[in-house]
Design a protein around this ligand. Sequence first.
Ligand code: AVJ
Ligand code: FE
Length: 448
Amino acid sequence: MSTIGPEAVDLSPEELRDRVAVELERTRRRSAELTDAVDDEELVKQHSSLMSPLVWDLAHIGSQEEQWLVRDVGGRRALRPDIDDLYDAFQHSRADRPELPLLGPDESRQYVATVRDKVYDVLGRAPLEGRRLVEHAFAFGMIVQHEQQHDETMLATHQLRRGSPVLHAPDPPGAEAGGERRGEVLVPGGPFTMGTSAEPWALDNERPAHRVHVDDFLIDSHPVTNADFFRFIDAGGYRQPCWWSEQGWQYLAHAELSAPLFWQRSGDVWLRRRFGRLEPVPPDEPVVHVSFHEAQAYANWAGKRLPSEAEWEKAARFDPSTGRSQRYPWGEDPPEERHANLGQRHLRPAPVGTYSAGRAPSGAWQLIGDVWEWTASDFAPYPGFEAFPYREYSEVFFGPSYKVLRGGSFGTDPAACRATFRNWDFPVRRQIFAGFRCARTPAAAELD
Ligand code: AVJ
Ligand code: FE
């Protein structure tokens, strides 16, 4: 696994170009795997009204790459200006995309390959300085992350797809001895640095670095598991309005929810459908495919709450021994297999108590990878935020409609995951690979 971080500042332009080429190549292999796994009919079909047809994601990846790297960075002539509108996510809702005169599977594959050829040419010639867009190859990093984000979206489409399994991957490692010992960790009150100004490929919403005071809080050492969630269900959690916000209860009643998405009851056991396989819900895995509302209701029932985004980030990266904020819970080094379940190496979360090498200085486990974690926070700009390079990446989504998720999932690539990375979605969404952990404010007696 690889990604580009602050060390890129010391790379020669040749080394930087080589690293970018490796990332582009690695990312395209994943897009090809996700789209080659099904036949043409399944590529153009809509598997859920929540998602685009896979063939839309593929050509959209090419279209963004053409606009930013071929036209803008490269200053080259447009290849397919006629299709800009079809692949503009703001022009057509996901539900409407199957009806558009989209490029077919072969055309889409040819299109992304042609764009990529031009991009390698641009990468070889374009100066990587002089304009903020190209400093440290930012535009290339943005496009790598964009493709990886759509690869995670395509993985979610695969999860929604009905039919026999087409994706295969080994299971993640088992929990480590003692790793399953769960509890809460205390993060003492005080300021820490949130966000980043040093990460060359950080996106606009992660910037700038700024000091934030956070009061004392306790946060779960591990994500909430399926076994935990069984208890919530068995206790009648889905039938008792007292645990739910008003908005959450309305949504629950309307959607008639009684368990996480993809679960079904069989006698007295819970089964789940996972990439086309029906299997018992494993008790020790982080719960996944729950909405913000379900996460919030569970936390209320448990006598806790969801962490704010600042709490989550402080628990994930603040090292009290140095007073500094790290790139990742384990330090500055890019994610390796031993740190976290990222990059679609496994098609499920690892059980809690895995990846001791990835623990944060706070003592919390599995903050990166496995499941995205819902936070209590609305998606909002940091003080000093500047939209860059386009308002439609983050700025147009700021406001109370979206909740922030942190940490990445097993479906997230390391290039699009770090302790500062911010994801967001509607609080009702469940098809994303989202779970949560709880937090609470300690009583005075607990601080002695
Ligand atoms: C950051 C995951 C919310 O998929 O809507 C992809 C990423 N932006 N294309 C999304 C994104 C433009 C975005 N999320
Ligand atoms: Fe996109």
